[in-house]
Design a protein around this ligand. Structure first.
Ligand SMILES: C[S@@+](CC[C@H](N)C(=O)[O-])C[C@H]1O[C@@H](n2cnc3c(N)ncnc32)[C@H](O)[C@@H]1O
Length: 385
């Protein structure tokens, strides 16, 4: 069904494109090019399977089936009929066509999706085969159509549910970080996994769990129940098992402490549950503590946090909380690199340290700053800067 090598589009969050491009190259992708919230590359099936398993900053991997120029609805349909759909799905399987359209010619994305759906169904009918049914909630095969002006790209989703669903978030807490964003934040920080990692406001434990997955070389999606490519008629189970086992052989315990803390005991329970579900509980400790009680146990490392942004707190309370974070960093974290993700730019000023980097990231729809405070030379020098 697919050629030896094919084009793939990996989707990610804004600001993580370069990080994902590096991960894809490490997993065997070639011709890798970062783009807007995406990375383009070429792969074979083995690389595609591995990317789904190990790339921590990808949301999904789409395989390009056809790229063409369409001037009207008939061309949209006719070119779509040239795809060998009968090799892409079995008549007994269900499918869904999703679409994104930015075009003055094709104004309605729903209509474009319908045209592609018709092309798929008609291809089966023309081959005198039973037609596969559409399923909007749990389809076996998902086709994406992306139209920009007259450029149409028809893609097959190899991942299925977004890859941030690693399968370990079994106990939720309010305002959790998306797992892909958390993994991206850790990689952006250039944390050396041979040094300590601390999240003193861990909520449901996402940052600490992603840090442990990285430090232990564990493939991030090894606990996920399924991937869409496993429903494709060309799925090679033996190849998947071989890749899976080879990646698992690389797992080794982290070399430095990784821990999380939270003022809420519910958050600590949730973090422990989730770490257990991720298979990381041996590698992380969680404790109930106010940020003012948390201190590093080593001389070097990263302290990273996603404090409340203040939606439910009074401005004075939130400013005090950020000032408390700053005091703790200045007094106890000399030698550390501190990273704070927040959308509350005013509260961030109360940390009282000059950031050495300010990166823009989105936490869901919220525009946030990911601030780096370098405490390597001690608090006094950092303040003077
Ligand atoms: C936005 S949530 C963090 C979400 C987390 N990153 C996740 O992925 O689930 C902020 C957390 O900070 C905790 N928190 C608030 N004030 C605190 C304090 N003074 N000391 C420690 N934790 C605090 C809250 O209990 C909450 O769990």
């Amino acid at each position: 069904m697919l050629q030896e090598s094919f084009r793939v589009v990996a989707k990610t969050h804004h600001g993580l494109e370069e990080i994902l491009a590096h991960e894809v190259s490490m997993a065997g992708g070639f011709g890798v090019k970062p783009a807007k919230r995406a990375v383009y590359f070429s792969a074979n099936l083995e690389t595609l399977y591995r990317c789904n398993l190990v790339c921590s900053t990808a949301l999904r991997f789409l395989v390009e089936l056809k790229f063409y120029n369409a001037r009207n609805d008939d061309e949209l349909y006719n070119f779509a009929k040239r795809v060998r759909w009968t090799e892409m799905l079995d008549p007994s399987q269900t499918f869904l066509v999703s679409s994104t359209v930015y075009s003055p010619v094709f104004k309605h994305s729903h209509f474009a999706a319908l045209k592609i759906k018709d092309a798929i169904v008609d291809t089966f009918r023309d081959a005198s085969l039973p037609r596969p049914n559409v399923d909007t909630s749990n389809p076996d095969v998902v086709v994406h159509v992306h139209i920009a002006n007259q450029n149409v790209s028809i893609m097959l989703d190899s991942s299925g549910e977004s890859l941030h669903k690693r399968g370990y978030r079994i106990t939720g807490m309010p305002a959790p970080l998306n797992e892909v964003l958390a993994a991206g934040m850790i990689r952006l920080s250039n944390w050396n996994p041979e040094t300590e990692f601390i999240d003193p406001m861990c909520g449901s434990g996402t940052l600490a769990i992603e840090a442990a997955l990285l430090a232990s070389n564990t493939p991030v999606n090894y606990r996920r129940s399924s991937f869409s490519f496993q429903n494709w008629p060309n799925y090679k189970h033996a190849l998947w098992e071989q890749i899976f086992n080879k990646e698992l052989e690389k797992v080794a315990p982290p070399k430095a402490p990784i821990w999380g803390a939270d003022i809420s005991s519910r958050a600590v329970y949730a973090s422990k549950d989730n770490a257990e579900a991720a298979g990381m509980s041996e590698y992380i400790t969680f404790k109930k503590a106010d940020i003012s009680e948390t201190k590093p146990t080593q001389s070097e490392g990263v302290i990273m946090m996603n404090p409340p942004y203040g939606e439910r707190l009074q401005p004075a309370e939130i400013n005090d909380l950020y000032a408390k974070i700053g005091t703790q960093l200045k007094h106890y974290y000399s030698g550390f690199s501190a990273w704070i993700l927040s959308s509350n730019l005013n509260a961030l000023k109360f940390v009282g340290l000059r950031p050495s980097q300010r990166l823009s990231l989105f936490n869901g729809a919220l525009q946030t700053k990911f601030m780096h405070f370098s405490l390597y030379d001690g608090s006094k020098k950092t303040k003077k800067q």
